[in-house]
Design a protein. Structure first.
Length: 537
């Protein structure tokens, strides 16, 4: 080996050690100077749920409801398109996962079948019959469209929940799908699972409706009279009449059933501080389409009361004094600051396409997390110490070099966790312990090969070169297989399995580098500069 090659490899290792130390400083130093935060890495190694405590949730997405919502919209589209095509539909309603409709007595069946194929290719006629001389049909989504819709609803729910949690301020959450309709959520450090569930599971359907203009509306809200056509009764936000806080009494409102505008056009939602007249409120800003809709809505409804409805609850019903241009509105409801903030979060992140239900819930306390850390560190120290002592006793100086490579391996591995902002879990610590054994295994192969060459009477230089050359194929073969297994575990595993796989994959790469490159450069230095004649192995 040339001296230049030894110098380059030495500088490479020293450079990697320096970079690793820089990435690990934020983990061990809490109060970093300003220049460090501005110019150098400041991310700590994040601990998983099992090490610092937190909340574990499994949510089930009601995908059937997403299909039902699409069918409800298709009913309105069917009526409108059929009227334009002069295909009279007498009745149309959704029953579970089907649309049931009846045609006029004189309507041609084939005409309706052709109309559905041309205008609604996503629907299929699943059954038809004749009742009282009228043709009736049962329509449903075709299998391909229903599968696409379910997949889209699950992915949209996953993205919406991720957006809400990101704004909730949880560091290193784990959010991933599991199976066909479940979403696994781990929130490290969150000890208030109820607030997390309220925030994540809120449907957040915002609607703008007009209050009914019937004079004696109170008699309908009390149930004394049957509801007029096109109206519905909605509850208002809870109000404590004695203190004004949003608790206790719930007023009732008689509103028109027609939804004039929804919250899908919201561009931003911000919490505004309390005023002398009311508590904190949420200020809405619409996008260009929403601004025009709101301008038209308020322009034709001056003097009427506009109900702002969120998840079928009327939060406020102000009188429209004049046309409101500029695309801005506000939701008041005697919120406290936390309620207003959570409401703004769900409105910014968007509405869930289907309801979600908590299928599993676990809360890990911080004390259990500390116990896990202690047990994990204890296993790491005991396992690592046994390996270090064995290598020193059995391989002497070569064992010392292997232990130094092992130290570098752990240093690089932890720095990689900080650099990639991976989450360290208890299975991850188990992966580190396994990596230590695998790293030493490579050195064992090299040292045994060197011993064999020395027994054949070769010189120290020839034995070392032959030992590394002959051990390398076995090292690469073993570690490549392990790397592939780790990649498969990461791809198809969930939760703790993924944490173990991440540690294993990173550990394989660092262990091969330190075992093959790290120890070899020391031997090359001793052979070139110190004229090494014997090998202590």
């Amino acid at each position: 080996m040339t001296r230049q090659s030894i110098l380059y490899r030495t500088l490479l290792i020293l450079g990697l050690v320096l970079v690793a130390l820089i990435y690990l400083v934020p983990t061990f130093v809490t109060d970093l100077p300003a220049f460090w935060k501005n110019y150098l890495p400041s991310q700590r190694i994040h601990l998983g749920l099992d090490l610092q405590g937190g909340t574990h949730l499994v949510l089930t997405v009601d995908l059937n409801k997403a299909v039902e919502n699409v069918l409800d919209r298709d009913i309105d589209d069917l009526k409108r398109e059929a009227a334009a095509a002069k295909v009279p539909i007498e009745t149309a309603a959704r029953k579970e996962m089907q649309i049931e409709l009846s045609l006029g007595a004189s309507t041609d069946r084939n005409q309706f079948t052709d109309f559905v194929k041309e205008h609604f290719p996503n629907l299929t006629i699943q059954n038809s019959s004749t009742q009282d001389g009228k043709a009736t049909f049962q329509l449903g989504l075709n299998k391909r469209e229903e599968k696409r819709l379910r997949e889209f609803a699950l992915e949209q729910s996953l993205e919406t929940i991720r957006n809400r949690i990101d704004q909730f301020g949880v560091s290193e959450p784990i959010i991933q799908r599991e199976g066909d309709q479940d979403i696994v959520i781990q929130l490290p450090g969150i000890q208030d699972p109820q607030r997390a569930k309220d925030l994540i599971g809120r449907t957040a359907l915002l609607e703008f409706k007009l209050l009914s203009e019937i004079a004696d509306a109170d008699s309908y809200t009390t149930g004394d009279k049957p509801l007029p056509p096109g109206t519905q009764i909605l509850n208002g936000a809870e109000v404590d009449t004695s203190s004004g806080s949003a608790r206790g009494h719930r007023p009732k409102y008689l509103v028109q059933s027609q939804t004039l505008m929804t919250g899908d056009t919201i561009a931003d939602a911000l919490v505004r501080p309390a005023t002398q007249m009311e508590g904190p409120y949420v200020a809405l800003e619409f996008n260009a389409r929403g601004a025009k809709q709101f301008d038209d809505l308020t322009g034709r409804s001056v003097g009427k009361r506009l109900a702002i409805v969120l998840d079928n609850t009327v939060y406020s019903a102000p009188v429209i004094r004049e046309r409101i241009s500029g695309g801005r509105a506000s939701i008041t409801g005697n919120f406290d600051i936390k309620e207003a903030r959570d409401l703004a979060i769900v409105l910014r992140a968007g509405a869930l396409p289907a309801p979600v239900h908590v299928a599993e819930e676990r809360t890990v306390g911080p004390s259990l997390g500390q116990d896990s850390i202690r047990q994990g560190l204890r296993s790491f120290i005991v396992g690592g110490s046994l390996v270090v002592v064995f290598m020193l006793i059995y391989y002497k100086f070569a064992g010392f070099l292997a232990d130094m490579a092992l130290t570098l391996n752990v240093l690089f591995l932890m720095a990689a966790f900080a650099a990639f902002q991976a989450t360290l879990t208890l299975p991850g610590i188990a992966g580190i312990v396994l990596t230590i054994g695998m790293a030493v295994d490579a050195n064992v192969l090299i040292n045994e090969r060197i011993r064999e060459e020395l027994r054949l009477g070769k010189t120290a230089r020839a034995a070392i070169e032959a030992g590394y050359q002959r051990a390398l194929p076995a090292i690469l073969d073993t570690n490549t297989n392990t790397l592939l297994a780790g990649a498969i575990l990461f791809q198809f595993g969930t939760g703790p399995v993924r944490g173990f796989a991440v540690t294993l994959c990173i550990g394989v790469i660092t262990s091969v580098f330190t075992a093959v490159v790290g120890t070899r450069v020391v031997y090359d230095y001793l052979l070139t500069y110190r004229r090494l004649q014997t090998v202590s192995v």
